[in-house]
Write a protein that binds this ligand. Structure first.
Ligand SMILES: C[S@@+](CC[C@H](N)C(=O)[O-])C[C@H]1O[C@@H](n2cnc3c(N)ncnc32)[C@H](O)[C@@H]1O
Length: 326
């Protein structure tokens, strides 16, 4: 495969602008899928009127949100701002979820700053109508850290419910071998160790997931240009656990369109929003690629590689600023 990297789009407004002519979205566009009923909406997820025009008279059974929190400098006031902003899309989500439904939110916890914004976010959620359900940790394969602290390898995922939602326990993987010995008990006068006694060779994963690789450029699902892609496997697990076929899955922050692709694979309808036309376009191109080629991403190429090759301005810009050859 050709190597055509694309730098992080969120950090380069000029590059985003150069790609705009190739986007079928501008703020206000709602693309409706004739094949499976998905919708991609370009606009602000905290604008209730906009979300209303996306849903019309429909409601979702599941919401999976991955808000941007990298813009917070973790000063007190900024965390508060993020929480106030989050309250808006959380309230909107409550409105557009069915009476019995599930909500999952990905969030970071800065260990140098009182685990913000996660700690304040959890506090804020206690004042909403959602009820807490589980606190999932996904173990990253690669981490960061120093020799003076535990390596940071976790991604946090909060699970809340509205009413009494469906839950499919089969979605939980159970292929972790039992290894811990040492729990002895006397059975019919014989001292037995726990592995001898148990019926199953495996343990349930529960709310600690250790089998998912974070996305990087060697993986087929990688989408260059995106900075915060969640692994498809994780989103598929959530969808399988907390929704049924044909249900609507709501995602306020589309970015690379991971929830859209997982919904397409699992025959759910995804209603997704992104405020940036370029990320709406990437989500749509990813869906089209999946449909036509069966591929979930571009690996080490990118969604705009063909256009860039034929666009002198873009080619020169990428070469000058990033030394990239097309
Ligand atoms: C952390 S990323 C989501 C990543 C996504 N889960 C994935 O797997 O690709 C957050 C996205 O939210 C979008 N965003 C930021 N503010 C928004 C808003 N007010 N309404 C809708 N989208 C917004 C950003 O443009 C960005 O693409």
């Amino acid at each position: 495969m050709l190597k055509h990297p694309l730098p992080r789009l969120d950090k380069d407004d000029e590059l985003k602008n150069l790609l705009l002519p190739y986007c079928r979205f501008s703020v206000g566009t709602i693309w409706i899928d004739k094949l499976s009923g998905h919708k991609i909406a370009c606009g602000d997820a905290t604008n209730i009127n906009f979300v209303q025009s996306l849903f019309e008279n429909k409601k979702a059974s599941l919401a999976i949100h991955d808000p941007p929190y990298n813009f917070i400098a973790f000063k007190k006031s900024e965390v508060q701002q993020f929480i106030e902003w989050s309250k808006k899309w959380i309230e909107i989500t409550y409105e557009y979820l069915k009476a019995n439904s599930s909500l999952y939110i990905w969030l970071g916890a800065d260990q140098k700053n009182n685990f913000q914004p996660l700690s304040s976010f959890i506090e804020m959620m206690s004042s909403t109508k959602f009820k807490s359900r589980s606190f999932i940790t996904m173990r990253n394969q690669r981490g960061f850290g120093t020799q003076k602290n535990w390596m940071a390898i976790r991604q946090e995922l909060l699970f809340y419910k509205k009413g009494n939602p469906y839950f499919n326990v089969e979605a939980e993987y159970t292929d972790i071998p039992k290894v811990l010995k040492g729990y002895y008990k006397s059975v019919s006068g014989k001292l037995t160790e726990n592995l001898e006694r148990s019926k199953s060779e495996n343990i349930r994963a529960g709310n600690v997931w250790i089998d998912i690789q974070q996305v990087f450029y060697r993986m087929g699902e990688n989408v260059n240009g995106c900075y915060a892609q969640k692994p498809l496997k994780a989103i598929e697990r959530i969808i399988q656990a907390s929704s049924k076929k044909n249900d609507i899955v709501f995602d306020c922050f589309a970015h690379s369109g991971t929830t859209l692709i997982a919904s397409e694979k699992l025959k759910r309808k995804c209603f997704t929003i992104d405020i940036e036309p370029v990320f709406c376009e990437i989500s749509l191109r990813r869906l089209e690629k999946f449909r036509y080629e069966g591929k979930t991403g571009w690996q080490n190429s990118n969604p705009f590689a063909n256009e860039i090759q034929n666009d002198k301005k873009l080619k020169t810009y990428l070469n000058k600023k990033y030394k990239l050859e097309y």
